[in-house]
Design a binder for this molecule. Structure first.
Ligand SMILES: *Cc1c(COP(=O)(O)O)cnc(C)c1O
Length: 341
């Protein structure tokens, strides 16, 4: 049995989701004529208490569009040094928006209001780039699935208000954060100007992300999405998968969190483990002891048909997800105890 814990993006649509997709009523979404997508955008906008929502083929495109609508070339945004928008979107912030990133040294990918306020360039000091946007990530990816303290988010919002900055949330895994902390989509919708969420991760859809915000911002986003080449035609098939996932796959994320915690519990007692990073949701980062060759360790796991990813420098990552079943979980826990290295 193959156990793939490389990412929560490896899931495949299940029977119920495929059925929903097959039965979708579709139209041309470039002409706003796809009823299933129109209903989905309305549903997600409402869920977050926002005026509008726009579907994207990827989380990257949703984030890059958000950055584009919040900024002008030459300006600067503030984010944590681990931010996906900076590290894993191909340099899109500078390429697409001509914007620089002021990276802060946060805790597991999370920054504070005090740090943000100190990083804002004085607007009348024309030698420095003008700071116009703050981007947070929740849960954090490179930070190990950490969830922001909601009170800190509110404090950062206050800083943004005082300085007239836009406030964007990269919520690729916000579904995990919401299940973990109990805060609702409306609560997040109230604090952020724009939020991107992924459906192709924990929720188990094959494709898709959504950006939510004001009507005015989403009208601008529609134009940018077109420029980025993200206008798609009969996307109702994809929207049907998302409707299905929102109905069936949100609460079950708690299972992914439980399984990650149980893996950590077993790893704690494994000889090859040096340390386990604090974990909260479905991402588990740990490191192997210094004398262990990481490549050798990974290949011995592969021999046991266990697949995880390396973050470099002896740091390894496990991500639990919908297609990681209880049966696989029991087997993995057993196999981990037997790994000889
Ligand atoms: C996965 C991810 C994205 C978007 O990734 P795509 O592969 O472009 O959908 C954005 N932000 C974070 C934090 C992510 O983990």
């Amino acid at each position: 049995m193959t156990i793939n814990l490389i990412s929560d993006t490896v899931t495949k649509p299940d029977e119920g989701m495929l059925q929903a997709m097959m039965q979708a009523e579709v139209g041309d979404d470039v002409f706003k004529g796809d009823p299933t997508m129109n209903a989905l955008e309305e549903r997600v906008a409402k869920m977050f208490g926002k005026e509008a929502a726009l579907f994207f083929p990827s989380g990257t495109m949703a984030n890059q569009t958000a950055i584009k609508i919040h900024t002008q070339p030459g300006e600067q945004l503030i984010a944590d040094k681990y931010a996906h928008i900076f590290n894993y979107e191909g340099g899109g912030v500078s390429f697409n928006s001509g914007v620089s990133c002021r990276l802060l040294d946060g805790d597991r990918g999370m920054i504070t209001a005090t740090q943000v306020e100190a990083a804002i360039n004085p607007p009348d000091f024309y030698h420095s780039p003008l700071t116009t946007l703050v981007c947070l990530e929740n849960t954090t990816n490179k930070g190990g699935g950490a969830c922001y303290d909601f009170e800190e988010i509110i404090k950062i919002r206050e800083v943004c208000d005082r300085h007239g900055l836009g406030f964007h949330l990269d919520g690729a895994r916000l579904w995990n954060a919401m299940v973990k902390t109990g805060y609702s989509p409306e609560q997040y919708g109230k604090v952020f100007d724009t939020i991107s969420v992924c459906f192709s991760k924990g929720l188990g859809c094959p494709v898709g992300s959504m950006l939510v915000g004001s009507k005015e911002m989403m009208d601008k986003a529609l134009r940018i999405r077109k420029i980025f080449g993200g206008g798609m035609r009969q996307v109702g098939y994809l929207a049907a998968a998302v409707h299905y996932a929102l109905d069936h796959n949100r609460q079950r994320l708690a299972e992914d969190h439980r399984r990650a915690a149980e893996i950590a519990e077993v790893l704690k007692d494994c000889d090859f483990v040096k340390s386990i990073a604090p974990f909260e949701t479905n991402i588990l980062i740990f490191s192997v002891k210094d004398h262990i060759d990481e490549a050798l360790f990974m290949s011995s796991l592969k021999e046991a048909d266990i697949h995880i990813s390396s973050l470099g420098k002896g740091s390894l990552r496990i991500v639990t997800h919908k297609d990681y079943t209880e049966e696989m979980h029991r087997l993995l826990l057993q196999k981990l105890k037997q790994v000889a290295i």
